[in-house]
Write a protein that binds this ligand. Structure first.
Ligand code: NAI
Length: 327
């Protein structure tokens, strides 16, 4: 039988954790023939709630789940992990400055980066979900010098999925008809959900949805502010859809991408499409099941370029603010 894939999840007792762990353990992330082990990481105040979540995992009697570690010790938590899903972070509280938030979370991701560097399996891959996820990912990457940069990812898949769903509804087609949807830039309201390169049933989305004003003035803000709209309606931030996007991201990186298609993942820029080198920014990614690459040759019109530049500038300033707060 196959050796288990060991997956660390931080913030495991949180909302997203509660929606995510059961999907990993049931085989939806790595397939129905692949055993998995979970290393669940929480801070001290979360350990009791985590105990309850683990009781529920036991009560699911998942055949694929080989063992579960519960810890607040990062060296134990990241020991031998093949994937590190960094979900936990400190949310922005009322009156908190952005610089303060970047500093608090920056410290967390310094520690997690070091612990991953020193303890994880040789093939470890890291996906950062906890916000501000791009900058948190950058900090973890910088603190894990032995782990190649191309193993670090941050999540914009929820934004991609939201965008696809909105386009499908507008066009009156099933969501599976929408492809080639790249979200560019930062996972923040400035990200650009690129309808200019998107396809609907293989045709340019802009030929199917000819209402340019809707695309530019309704679609983009609806996608950008979807998180806030969910908080407003549900009284809590998106969790099931975020967990679903985590599963989708890992599946997209570990299985071959449909020919001609791509997905949105934040990766360390090598200067693709004019992004500054070394920042974690969302780009169109395809995978052969083992290796991923940035899809080249997409045309960006002036409207797209301008939108992407705004988001990239935000990333650059987030980076500078975080670095200053950590110095
Ligand atoms: P939550 O507040 O329900 O859970 C967070 C958990 O993380 C808590 O149990 C807390 O104890 C734990 N935690 C805090 N600091 C930690 C640390 N240093 N180490 C380990 N655990 C720690 O939050 P929720 O809803 O699960 O969201 C988690 C994060 O995901 C938030 O930062 C949120 O903004 C972000 N998010 C990102 C999305 C994306 O698309 N990239 C989408 C939705 C949420």
């Amino acid at each position: 039988s196959k050796a288990p894939i060991r997956v660390a999840v931080t913030g495991a007792a949180g909302q997203i954790g509660y929606a995510l762990l059961f999907r990993i353990a049931s085989g939806q992330m790595f397939g129905p023939d692949q055993p998995v082990a979970l290393n669940l990481i929480e801070i001290e105040p979360g350990m009791n709630a985590l105990k309850g979540v683990v009781m529920e995992l036991e009560d699911c009697a998942f055949p694929l789940l080989t063992d579960v570690v519960q810890t607040s010790d990062l060296n134990v938590g990241f020991k031998d992990v093949n994937w590190a899903l960094l979900v936990g972070s400190v949310p922005r509280k009322k009156g908190m400055e952005r610089a303060e938030l970047l500093g608090i979370n920056g410290k967390i991701f310094v520690g997690q980066g070091k612990a991953i560097n020193d303890n994880a399996a040789k093939d470890v891959r890291v996906l950062v979900v906890g916000n501000p996820c791009n900058t948190n990912c950058l900090i973890a990457m910088q603190n894990a010098p032995d782990v190649p940069n191309d193993r670090f990812f941050a999540m914009t898949r929820l934004d991609e999925n939201r965008a696809k769903s909105q386009l499908a509804q507008k066009a009156g087609v099933p969501v599976s008809a929408v492809s080639n949807l790249c979200v560019w830039g930062n996972h923040s309201p400035t990200m650009f959900a690129d309808f200019t390169n998107a396809k609907i049933n293989g045709k340019p989305a802009t030929e199917v949805i000819t209402d340019k004003a809707w695309l530019e003035e309704t679609f983009l803000p609806v996608v950008g502010k979807r998180g806030a709209a969910i908080i407003e309606a549900r009284g809590a931030s998106s969790a099931a859809s975020a967990a679903n996007a985590v599963v989708d991201t890992v599946v997209s990186l570990t299985t071959p991408t449909a020919p001609g298609d791509f997905h949105s993942v934040c990766v360390c820029s090598k200067g693709e499409y004019g992004a500054p080198e070394g920042i974690i920014t969302s780009l169109p990614i395809k995978s052969d099941g083992t290796k991923w690459e940035v899809v080249k040759g997409l045309h960006l019109n002036d409207f797209a370029k301008e939108k992407i530049a705004v988001s990239i500038n935000e990333l650059t300033s987030e980076k500078e603010t975080a670095m200053a707060a950590l110095a």
